[in-house]
Design a protein around this ligand. Structure first.
Ligand code: NAP
Length: 323
């Protein structure tokens, strides 16, 4: 009986291998965020066969934004709705999708092969739109308390701390957006920023000024995270005065930027010093047939609009490459 099951398994793996070998996509897109889904829309409209590989949520980082107010044509839309619309548009045009993690691209021979955790996909061109991952504080206890009071997504986890005292670390658009969102549901929000001024957009700072349950710790850094089952307090050092003090909070939302997720490019496309894929506005990388779009590419401005623009440019370049 056991050996019959094993044989059946072997047969299934073998037949899946054959099935995967048979299908050759025109374009495999790694990453289903704004850049990747826009690339899919453009490539499908050019009648190319397209597979999008995404390891988390379709829509990318914007899924976690409560409100998007700077995408042309939308006065206000939630990140989730924006993502849903993008996904539906790409799907409606015939894009195929897989939830899978791409780990390697093989470039030998006529075709490229994208190796994932669960399979392999052959194609003529690859668009890498893998986006970014949250930067960590790098403090002791951070990993242990992640999911137990330490969060990298206010929209996902904020509701767990309704009526509680929480903190946000960072001074960019994400930190300020998170503080605004949390101030509506939490008792108090303490924002800890390492400099004396925020780098967030003035329109967001104006909204911040109207809130009366947000406190600020400028010129400060978090030096300790403490708690047994969950986060209980953070220690904050004011770098200007040299004073250190404990703040009791039940949650800390870390919003200190992002790092590129470009491990997949090792041995293929060239990276810059920051780990971003070297590619110009045309999204062409140093590796023939591999294109880079969105936040994972070297660029000055990382926004939804620039991700969408990259998606279109990368699809155009990939379609031209395929011929
Ligand atoms: P960001 O703009 O890179 O800001 C990161 C913040 O974290 C900065 O204030 C930085 O301090 C601080 N920081 C970096 N490393 C740190 C560390 N190790 N310890 C403590 N603080 C640290 O990142 P972001 O706010 O996540 O935004 C990313 C991109 O998304 C930006 O282009 C942003 O405009 C965009 N975005 C837009 C919106 C919107 O338009 N509504 C919303 C969210 C995000 P310094 O200021 O000292 O460098």
């Amino acid at each position: 009986m056991c050996s019959r099951i094993n044989w059946a398994r072997k047969l299934k793996i073998f037949s899946e291998d054959i099935k995967m070998e048979e299908k050759i996509y025109d374009i495999v897109i790694i990453g289903g965020g704004c850049a990747g889904l826009t690339a899919a829309i453009y490539a499908r409209r050019a009648e190319k066969s397209v597979l999008v590989l995404e390891k988390n949520a379709f829509g990318g980082q914007i899924v976690y934004s409560p409100e998007v107010e700077n995408f042309p044509g939308f006065i206000k839309i939630s990140g989730l709705e924006f993502s849903d619309r993008l996904y539906s548009q790409a799907k409606g045009l015939g894009t195929e999708f897989e939830i899978d993690n791409a780990v390697k691209i093989l470039t030998d021979g006529e075709y490229k092969t994208v190796i994932t955790d669960y399979g392999k996909y052959k194609c003529r061109a690859v668009i890498i739109a893998a986006g970014l991952t949250h930067r960590r504080l790098g403090l002791e206890n951070e990993e242990r308390l992640a999911g137990h009071g330490i969060s990298y997504c206010a929209v996902c986890d904020g509701a767990f701390f309704k009526g509680k005292d929480v903190a946000v670390c960072g001074g960019g658009n994400t930190a300020v957006t998170d503080a605004l969102f949390l101030s509506d549901i939490c008792r108090s929000v303490t924002v800890i920023h390492r400099r004396s001024e925020f780098r967030a957009d003035p329109v967001l700072l104006e909204k911040l000024r109207k809130k009366n349950n947000i406190r600020y710790e400028f010129d400060s850094e978090i030096t300790e995270l403490a708690g047994e089952q969950g986060l209980q307090k953070i220690t904050v050092l004011n770098k200007r005065t040299g004073e250190s003090r404990d703040i009791s909070v039940e949650a800390l939302f870390v919003a200190i930027g992002f790092l590129p997720q470009n491990d997949i490019c090792k041995n293929t496309a060239e990276l810059d010093d920051g780990g971003f894929i070297k590619a110009g506005e045309d999204c062409v990388t140093s590796c023939s047939g591999i294109f880079a779009a969105g936040d994972c590419r070297t660029k000055a401005l990382r926004q939804l609009t620039t991700a969408a623009a990259d998606g279109a440019a990368a699809a155009y370049a990939a379609c031209k490459f395929i011929g």
